[in-house]
Ligand binder design. Structure first.
Ligand SMILES: [Zn+2]
Length: 245
């Protein structure tokens, strides 16, 4: 019996090490609930009333910008929803180009194995969750903001393959090896099998998470380059702009 348990434990360790790219080895695991699907982070579940002013541009802009159809700051304070069930692994004012930022870690079943992604919600006006909190798909985690007046109100939303990134974007390749195209990822995962099960998820994967942002030396982390939100006219030629159905 003892021998069987030892084999079982060892196989568990090996399985964890083999799980998805971007999962650091030798980090503690904790519990969460597997995703049963992914929804849009605004106008839930289909982003009704919102449009994307920018999509992912490799090397430059690593997620989607969501704006309210009313344009300007009409969406200031509007609810931002967790794209799926998961665990809040970051909920702080990251300052610089990010502002109030929430990162949620998700586990989903695909390709006969558990996969992990982090969803990131930045420039928030308010944050309604805390680190370590379990959230459900569609749960309000914050509200749309301007990053303290730096931008016209919008949601910057990312889905990362690499669980190490956190707000330390400058240390990792800004490509599709580390990031999903959020809009396409969600459309391809509106419903996933194996959802609503208790599963293990790695935690403490951000190198800079242990430090509070105030302790970081200025200039140590390059601020993400953000351009002001384009006007509505620019958006119309964006191939990502077709309204969701
Ligand atoms: Zn953005």
């Amino acid at each position: 019996m003892l021998r069987f348990l030892i084999v079982l434990c060892l196989s568990g360790v090996i399985l964890q090490a083999q799980d998805g790219a971007g999962v650091p080895e030798r980090v503690p695991y904790t519990n969460t609930r597997s995703a049963d699907g992914f929804d849009m982070p605004v106008g839930k579940p289909d982003a009704e009333g919102y449009y994307r002013s920018r999509g992912l541009i490799v090397g430059r802009h690593l997620g989607d910008d969501w704006n309210g159809n009313g344009m300007g700051n009409s969406d200031l304070g509007a609810p931002v929803y967790s794209t799926a069930h998961g665990l809040v692994v970051y909920a702080r004012n990251a300052r610089m180009g990010w502002g109030n930022t929430v990162i949620i870690r998700h586990v989903f079943w695909e390709g006969f194995r558990w996969n992990y992604v982090d969803s990131l919600y930045a420039h928030l006006h308010q944050v309604f969750v805390r680190e370590g909190q379990q959230v459900r798909r569609g749960q309000c985690v914050g509200s749309i903001g301007t990053n303290f007046g730096m931008y016209t109100a919008h949601l910057h939303f990312e889905i990362r393959k690499n669980l190490r990134i956190g707000i330390n974007q400058g240390s990792y390749r800004k490509d599709l090896g580390n990031y999903h195209r959020p809009y396409d990822f969600i459309l391809g995962h509106r419903k996933v099998s194996g959802g609503n099960r208790p599963v293990k998820v790695p935690k403490d994967t951000f190198r800079l998470q242990a430090q509070s942002v105030d302790e970081m030396r200025p200039g140590r982390i390059p601020a993400p380059r953000e351009k002001p939100t384009p006007k509505r006219g620019d958006f119309k030629v964006n191939r990502y702009s077709s309204p969701l159905r």
